[in-house]
Design a protein around this ligand. Structure first.
Ligand SMILES: Cc1cc2nc3c(=O)[nH]c(=O)nc-3n(C[C@H](O)[C@H](O)[C@H](O)COP(=O)(O)OP(=O)(O)OC[C@H]3O[C@@H](n4cnc5c(N)ncnc54)[C@H](O)[C@@H]3O)c2cc1C
Length: 397
């Protein structure tokens, strides 16, 4: 096919995930002729598997402080232009039942497919053309727009929106095309790493915690100045659960994390009080009141044999406090992109206009969603970023 035979559109959006679909809808509503290209057979594959099949589609408390980026201010404009309330209004317009699970996290009552169906319906109403099983291979600038190669076909469009996501879950087709396109157009990238991902143990810690697989506890976890209060789960390879996923997005190899297994308990005060009021109690029985028995016993094994609480010295009490409230772990690594929910880092925000998501140096080129160096905390924030950045680009593409 020659350039003259190319398919002509006003806007080509590469990637029919959350961000790409939202952008296509909005551009379509403006009367733009939009082509949405999707490599996979189905649109919105990550939406379908998200939130355990119920899609945690936004968070009532979505705000810029819930996002990680080299420029923490970058996300503000998009989040203001399209808020969680805007997305909730859309969900309600489509009669999708939802509930708040905890901490402002909104999930579908029945299935994530409701969100994909909603977006596909909106695409149809906005006149968006969708080509499924059509992966874009590369994109070039030409006079008045862009040329995108899709197998034997060529697409010509005035605006090009790159919405191909990050590297997490390669078995779903995640790939680095967004970064390659950015590089090709001279847009800088920040370093990328797996985020919202379980930790793996060193061989010593694997032995140390071997019999705790499946045990979970409500903890406070800290890394430098960042801390989260959520559940932690011991796995056969390391640590998982929301607390770990959250802190993992801040973790770099070599960092240690500090875990408080009794975040609500002033343990020193409690133990000293028990020493007076119930001196005959065994420390191990006392600790099992607060923690799963297996976890309490395991941590108790790390202190030297203790007398009953009435005979514990201040030094022994200090040691107990450390053992339960200041547990220092140095993960050997993470489970990587195979298990990560997101990629931290991506197309540098320095290259983009925060009001429009357009590349500063290349008129008509936009990057949105997870491809960009904006990463949300766990809890519906990543989809909110996809909706907000997609909406914004849809107003200008
Ligand atoms: C297991 C799991 C659970 C998650 N749960 C939640 C949750 O409950 N709440 C939340 O907020 N976030 C969740 N996330 C994160 C969230 O899914 C992502 O942040 C979000 O999907 C990013 O949207 P996106 O549109 O930028 O990218 P994606 O959703 O990754 O979409 C990119 C699309 O581009 C397509 N594509 C790739 N290359 C090409 C190409 N060359 N040509 C054409 N198409 C291409 C892909 O097939 C894909 O459809 C979860 C992630 C995972 C992995």
């Amino acid at each position: 096919m020659t350039q003259a035979d190319a398919h002509d559109f006003d806007v080509a959006v590469i990637g029919a995930g959350a961000a790409g679909m939202m952008c296509a809808i909005e551009a379509g509503k403006r009367g733009r002729r939009v082509l949405l290209l999707e490599k996979a057979r189905k649109c919105g594959q990550k939406i379908l598997i998200s939130g355990g099949g119920r899609c945690n589609f936004t968070n009532l408390f979505a705000g810029p402080e819930k996002f990680i980026s080299e420029n923490p201010h970058f996300c503000k404009s998009a989040l203001r232009q399209y808020t969680q309330t805007d997305f909730i209004t859309l969900v309600e317009k489509h009669g999708i039942a939802y509930h708040e699970k905890k901490l402002g996290q909104l999930f579908c009552d029945d299935s994530s497919t409701r969100i994909v169906d909603m977006l596909e319906t909106e695409c149809k109403q906005a006149g968006v053309t969708i080509w499924r099983e059509c992966g874009a291979e590369n994109a070039k600038k030409q006079e008045n727009g862009f040329l995108v190669s899709v197998g034997p076909q060529t697409v010509r469009a005035q605006s090009l929106v790159v919405a191909t996501g990050g590297l997490s879950i390669p078995k779903l087709g995640a790939n680095d095309i967004a970064y390659r396109i950015a590089k090709g157009f001279g847009s800088p990238l920040t370093n990328r790493r797996a985020g919202l991902v379980p930790f793996t143990f060193s061989s010593d810690d694997k032995k140390r915690f071997a019999d705790l697989t499946g045990v979970s506890a409500d903890v406070e976890i800290r890394l430098r100045k960042t801390s989260f209060r959520e559940n932690l789960l011991f796995t056969h390879r390391g640590l998982s659960g929301p607390a770990i996923l959250q802190i993992s997005s801040f973790w770099q190899p070599g960092d240690s994390v500090m875990i408080d297994f009794l975040p609500d308990v002033d343990l020193e005060r409690l133990l000293k009080e028990k020493r007076r009021s119930q001196p005959k109690i065994q420390v191990s029985s006392l600790m099992k009141e607060f923690l799963p028995a297996r976890l309490a016993s395991k941590l108790m094994n790390e202190v030297s044999e203790l007398p009953e609480i009435g005979n514990c010295s201040d030094k022994q009490i200090d040691e107990l406090v450390k053992i339960f409230k200041l547990v220092n772990i140095v993960p050997i690594g993470t489970e990587g992109y195979a298990k990560a929910e997101v990629t931290v880092g991506g197309v540098s925000t320095a290259a983009l206009n925060s009001k429009t998501m357009e590349a500063k140096e290349v008129a008509g080129l936009f990057f949105i969603g997870e491809a960009v160096d904006v990463t949300g905390f766990l809890g519906g924030y990543n989809f909110q970023w996809a909706w907000s950045s997609g909406y914004v680009a849809g107003q200008y593409a």
